[in-house]
Design a protein around this ligand. Structure first.
Ligand code: MN
Length: 230
């Protein structure tokens, strides 16, 4: 029973301090960069879709993900990640950044084939988005030290080749607006983490690939894609 009660608590490393950020929930938004909406042949929507991943899908920098089962098209999506120290319901956008603890770089791993199938069938996204190891995130950087990044290069490379490259300025909705929007539906709490959407250039990864992603002045995250687990 000791093992059961000592179960794994999801957390993220924080630059410059020993203690870890206690991750509570992982919210993700879609369609937040125009060039990605175009490459996916979608239209701009008044409110971006919000979905969730379980907090234990978080994978620290340097981790290896086993290639997930039931997919032939595992995609990378680099995203700025916002980590909250406060929260509430109906947070005004003007007050939202006061609830931000820090920022990181995340990879929203996606079983694209299952997502397409779910979309066509009007089915939920869990199997395409919310699987084990689907949320690698870099060490967090505290906003108290470095401020709130409004612009800066966001990029992702597979085996050293750059596949995604954009600027945070290209985000349709800024982190403050996303926090405000999500808080209309969920009472946000300290420990909640938000993936803020991906720019164009999403594409497949395969076993043996090394994926590195970064955001200027925030940090970077490196993962290896391993073999499928049998
Ligand atoms: Mn995404």
């Amino acid at each position: 029973m000791t093992e059961l009660f000592d179960y794994y608590r999801p957390s993220l490393a924080v630059r410059g301090i020993e203690r870890r950020f206690p991750a509570r929930r992982v919210f993700c938004v879609g369609w937040n960069y125009l060039d990605h909406i175009k490459e996916m042949d979608r239209k701009r929507v008044p409110q971006p879709p919000v979905f969730m991943k379980p907090a234990d899908a978080l994978l620290p920098d340097g981790g290896e993900i086993p290639f997930p089962a039931q997919t032939r098209n595992l995609h990378h999506e680099v995203e700025l990640v916002v980590a909250l120290q406060g929260g509430g319901l109906n947070i005004p956008a003007e007050e939202a950044l006061g609830h931000v603890y820090g920022y990181g770089v995340g990879i929203d791993l996606t079983r694209r084939d299952l997502q397409e199938k779910a979309r066509k069938g009007g089915e939920p996204w869990e199997t395409s988005k919310s699987f084990d190891y689907s949320a690698p995130v870099s060490t967090l950087r505290r906003a108290s030290g470095t401020g709130h990044p409004a612009k800066g290069r966001i990029w992702l490379a597979v085996n050293g080749e750059v596949r995604q490259e954009a600027d945070l300025e290209d985000m349709i909705r800024k982190p403050a607006e996303l926090i405000a929007q999500i808080s209309l539906f969920f009472e946000l709490k300290p420990g909640d983490v938000i993936f803020t959407g991906t720019p164009a250039g999403v594409g497949p990864v395969k076993p043996g690939d090394h994926v590195t992603a970064g955001v200027e002045r925030v940090g970077d995250v490196h993962i290896k894609v391993g073999r499928p687990r049998s």
